[in-house]
Structures are given as C-alpha cells and as structure tokens.
Design a binder for this molecule. Sequence first.
Ligand SMILES: *Cc1c(COP(=O)(O)O)cnc(C)c1O
Length: 823
Amino acid sequence: MSRVCKMSKNVREVFRLDELKDDIRRNMVALLGNDPRSKRKFSYYNALAYSVRERLVDLWMRTQSDYYDSMAKRVYYLSMEFLPGRFLMNYLTNMGIVDECREIVAELGFSLEELEEEEWDAGLGNGGLGRLASCYLDSMVSQNIPGYGYGILYDYGIFYQSIVNGNQEERCDNWRRHGCPWEITRLDTLYEVKFYGRSETYYDSDGNVRFRWVDTENVMAMPCDILIPGYGCSHVSNMRLWTAQSSREFNLSDFNRGDYIGAMHGKVMSENITKVLYPNDQFLQGMELRLKQQYFLVSATFQDILRRYLKQHTSLAALPEAVAVQLNDTHPAIAIPELMRLLMDVYGMGWDVAWDICTRTFAYTNHTVLPEALETWPVDLLGRLLPRHMQIIYEINRRFLEGVAATFPGDTERLSRMSVIQEEGGQRVRMANLAIVGSHTVNGVAALHSNILQTGLFRDFHEYYPRKIRNVTNGVTPRRWLMQCNPALSRLITQSIGPEWCCNLEKLRELVPLAEDSAFRDAWARAKLENKRLLSRYVLRKVQMGINPNTLFDMQFKRMHEYKRQLLNVMHVISLFNRIKDNPSADITPRTVLFGGKAAPGYYQAKLIIRLINEVARVVNADADVAGRLRVAFLPNYCISQAEKVVPAADLSEQISTAGMEASGTGNMKFALNGALTIGTLDGANVEIMEEVGAENIFIFGLKAHEVAEKRRSGYNPREFYENDAELRRVMDMIGSGFFSPDERGLFSPVYDSLMHHGDYYMLMADYRPYMEAQAAVDALYLDQDQWVRKSILNAANMGKFSSDRSVMEYARGIWHVEPLGK
Ligand SMILES: *Cc1c(COP(=O)(O)O)cnc(C)c1O
C-alpha cells in the first residue's frame, strides 16, 4: 500500500507522462505508419496502447528479475480460458493514470471513452471460469505473488452473438484481425509438441527398461505474452498464451514424389490447433481437436516451466518447492501424466520419486457438479493421440486402486466408482478422478459447492483422502469490477472513506454507518441514477429501445443455461404482464427487465429460451396498457465490456439457479459490489453473500440444495404446482399455446414440455410461487427508496470477502505455499 501511495504522488515522473503525447505521435508514425494529423480513432487508440504498454516493459523486466533473484516459488495458473476483456482502461487504472491520460487524450482531440470503445474484447473464454482466471491474475500480481497465467491464444474467441428475428446467430470473432497492441510475440522461442506415434521400450546403459515416444507428428508452440500490471504497478507479470506453428520438417516421401503442396498441407493443418475456442460453457464436447488443444497448452507450458526452473536448479527433486501448478478445472489435467512422462522418460527418474514430485506440485479446482460438464475421454482416442500418457494413466490407476483396495477390502463397487477408467459403455478416462489422484489439494469454489463435493460427487475420494478436498470461495477484482467500471460510485466511496478499499475491500465496511446518513444516501442514489442513464443510452444505441432510468432495473446477465433458469425470470415477467392486463390501473412498481447471455451454439433449449425472451419482449413492449410500467429487452453479445456497463446500473441482480447446481457464480458478486440487491436461491456463493450482507438485505427464496436432492430421490411432480396455482397455469398455457408465437403456435412447446412432461429437472414449477413472493417483496421495497438505498449501501459495504485478493491469499497460504514478495 505504501508503495502505491508513493507511486501515485510521482506518477507523472514514473510514467513520463510529460512525454506521453509525443510518444503517441511517434508511435502513430513508427509503428502504425500513419500520419499523426489524421483523426482516426482506431489509429489513436493503437498509438495510445503502444505508448502505455512500453511504459510497463521496464517494470515487467524488473519484476522478473525480482522473482529470479529471490528464488521465489512461482505459481503457474493453467487455464484453457481467460476472459480479460479490454486492456486499455485496466492498464491505466492499475497504473493510476486515468485522469492524467484523459487530459492528454483530450489535447489530441479525443475523449478517452471513445478511444476505449475502439478496443475489441479479448474473448478467450466462455464465461465465469475464464473471468475468474483473469481476476486471479490481477490479484496475484497486485499482491506481489509471483505467478503467471498460461493459456491459448485463440484466433477466434467466443463467438459474437447477434439476434436476428429473436434468434441467436453466431458470428465469428476474429478479434485479432486488426492486430492487438497488447501482445508481445516471442518469435525467437519455439517448443515442439508431439502427438500420435507410439510408445517404445528400450534398455538404457544400466540395463533398466525405459520408454520413449516415437514416430510422432510434431507441432511448434510459440508464446505470446500479454503484460498484467498489478495495482500501483509495483509488480508487472504476464500471461503467456500459446499459438500453434507448423514445424519445418516436411513429409519427405511426399516431398520426394514432387508433391510439395501435399507435404505442406499437413503442416498448415497443424496450425489449426489454436484457431478457435470451443464455445461450450459447462459442457464437454469430446472432439479430438479439443484434447489436442489441452495437451498443446500443457506440453508447451511444462517445457517453459522446466526451462525456467532449470536455470536455477540442477535437480528436479526440488520442483515442488519452486513451482505450484493450479489446474483450472480438469481441462489441463493431462499435465499430470505429462509431468510423470517428463520426469521418468526424459529425466530418468523412477516412478515413486516422480509421483511424489508430481503430487506435491499440482492442485486442482473443480468448477461444476453438472454431469454433462465432467470430462471423460475415450481410452482409444486418448491412447491414439497420446499413447505414452495412456500407459502412464493406466499405471497411476493401477497403483491408486491397489491403495484403495487395501483400505476398503472387498468393496469392489467403490473401486469401480473411484477408478480413473470408467468401464461402462466403452472405456473412458475420468479426468476429474485423475486430477484428484494426481493433486495434493482439490478445491471447490464456494462453501456449499465444496460441501457438495465432499458429500456427493467426490464422497468416495473424501473418505479416502479426508484432508484433500477443501474450499476457496471465488472472488472478483475490485479494480475492474468497481473502480474501473463504476467511476461515479468509486469517487463517492473514496471521498467518504479514503482510497484504500481497492486493495483492501474489507474497508468498505466503513460505509455501514453512512447508510444512516441521508445526504450520503442521496449521493449514492445519484451515482446509481447516473449509471442507469449511461446504460439507457447504451441500450438505445444497441437495440434502438428507450428505457426509463427511473424504473427498477432488473438484470439477469450470464450464460444461457437451463440450470440458471432464465426461464423462471421470464415466467415472472409474463405474470406481471397478466396482472397489468387484468387490472390496467393496478399500482405496480415500474420495472425494466434486461437479459443478456450467450447460448452454446448446439444448445437447442437455451437458444429457444432466448427466442422466448425476445417474443415476450415484443408482446410486452408493444402493449399500450403496459407502457411505462414494464419493459423487457435482451441485449445481444454479453461480454466483459458490456458487463462493465450493465453491472453498475443494476438495481436488482437475478441469481436464481436451481439450488445445488451453480458452483459459485461471480456475477452475483459483481452486482452486489456495485450496490444491486440480489434476488436469489441459496446456491453457490449466494449463501455466503447472504451471510455477509445479512438476510434482511437480500431476497432469498425457493428450494434449498438438500430439498432439491430429496425431491429428486422421492419423486417430484411438477404438474401438482400447475394444477394448484392458477397464475402459474395461465403462464404455462400461454407459453405452450403459442400466445407469444402467433405465427408458429408450437414454437415454444419444447419449453412447455420440458416443465410439464419431461419432469422439470430444474424445478422451476416448485420455485415459481416462492419466486413470485420474493419479487413482490422487491416491488414493495423499491417503493420505499430510502430503505432500498440503505440496503444497497449495506450490500456493497459488506462485500469485502468477495475480493479476489482474499481468494488468492487463501490459495497462496493454504495451497500454493507461497508468500508475497517483500517490497
Ligand atoms: C462475470 C461474468 C460471467 C459469470 O457470470 P455468472 O453470473 O457467475 O455466471 C460470465 N460472463 C461475463 C462476461 C462476466 O463478466
């Protein structure tokens, strides 16, 4: 903190701000080949980006030599996804030069905000899991924990979503088409990554049996770094993202036959590995290319880790004292057999020594209990692509099951449940089981979720390894998710309690007494209204629809998923519509209900719900009786930069998943931190949010996780709710009969049927009435603005726990065993 304050005093000097304007002009010419007299925003954005980036390179190099000199243990955060969003404002915020930069840009004839809009989001992830990785990098480097993110630089990130006639359409996101000024490509570093071939045994000079992986097809991995500045910039780290490059060896036989193009073809194809991000959130698509991507990340990353380690060590025996590897879900779990292979086949270690090193190096974070998201790979696929790894997995499993059998003699059922190899329906490798066996620690991402892992999904493992499965509740970085996205509220908070909150979010608690101060409440309400006005303008631009900032902004923004129950929200909207139609003079709290979120391109039901939202919006928004009291919109292409506009403007945050199914959620944290009140089920981190903000400041409703489980066991009858609740019956009949799709009456039958005839797996029917009651309490409270604003303040004030700084320190102390580097 002291360093941050020192830095902000002479920030002009440290970052040579007096030279920034000249540097922008210089980069316009030198790097972009543009005339600085041109007024193209895009050129100025790029010139500014390069000029900002170059100010961090020095600090980055200094940080790296700090890490090196101190021999500090390093954290490697391996993730198939990062969702950083835009970088410009994040760099300026963490450098502490937003205001200075705004002035300089104004002198050049632009507003900082318009240049900011020129940047295309880095959408290298699907949703929560990727965003968490980005928040953790921000927190790690801000707290001087030596660490790096490792991932893949996809040419095409998460698709761009447009809405055409109410339906989602996917457009390709070639986000790097116009270049990306934040990337530093390391053209001189290339690692070879092997695929296919076969495992061969041979005898070494001492007569020991050894293995080698031969006849492989090789692809090269080239790193591309993006700098990650910590807050105050006392440290700057990076994420290293890999791109696939063809190797230069040609298929000589093709070549000799004169088939140059044929020989080139395979090489060109190999570069496809990093072309595109799989757009499924919480869903396994068992494609060979996806497994290739996973191994590509892992193989390149471990070559890099060992290269760096071996610069300072002569033996690999101390690897776990110098390296902690966090697996973000099982996506990179092939790292476990890969490290075993390297230690044994390349560095000549025996199994036991290698296994000990391995299991002291890895930790695994589980993000889901949804069966469709648990990764399993067919043994024949994995064995063909990575034959040596398949052998090692079998051996890991053989030894593991020997241990289990010794502890639980005769319990063969248990053995088959715990086996890394699933036998039913063709042999498959269970990546979660592999990750648990090969890691020293496994964590869930919220208290409830970790509990469900211990007693449900991983119960057998918890009995066998009683200390391995733990909890680290997720968090979000207060820099991007309050300071940067909500300048109005940040200013007010800093004026009231000083600036320390952004590095010590618990400080927000000093706002608690101010909730009783009416002048402060007015200022708080003004900041929210300003954000709602800004969002209204954005909505007008995006969907040509006017919304009234004086209505209650009710928001559900997250990936489209049946378990997240956007449909339940729609059912509430339809109910409100009916109430107004039945009684046009009814005194109701005016609401604007906004939705956003992408559906996986192959997820039919989720896409149909997007269509339903849009058709309901069409009917509601066109109805004269409803005008001024209820408006509905679906904002296309939810992404980080959109979230930064939506989150500060929310009054009500919808977190209404079926209890037991949302592992944590981080959207819930962003919204509450920005003063939205939550309506939600006791699921994921909502449970802990309630504990922090107080049950009287949150709208909790519906079945609890154990009740959902109990109902699933004892038989659940959704029709009973239909029959006993006339309002619900009417809503369902409208959906089922084509009220919202007059030209295609059966359009929404699959939605109706899933609830009425296919068992309503997500239990919307059971939660409908409790949800309606909670929404009625929301309406009543909103009419009492004084009370509403008081609760809004108390929500933000009590969100200290949900800073990713806290999460990262829990990982550092309890899992990685690293200390922040002293400054
Ligand atoms: C925070 C965030 C998410 C995760 O939202 P949940 O409500 O936790 O599912 C997904 N996408 C984007 C763009 C986000 O900013």
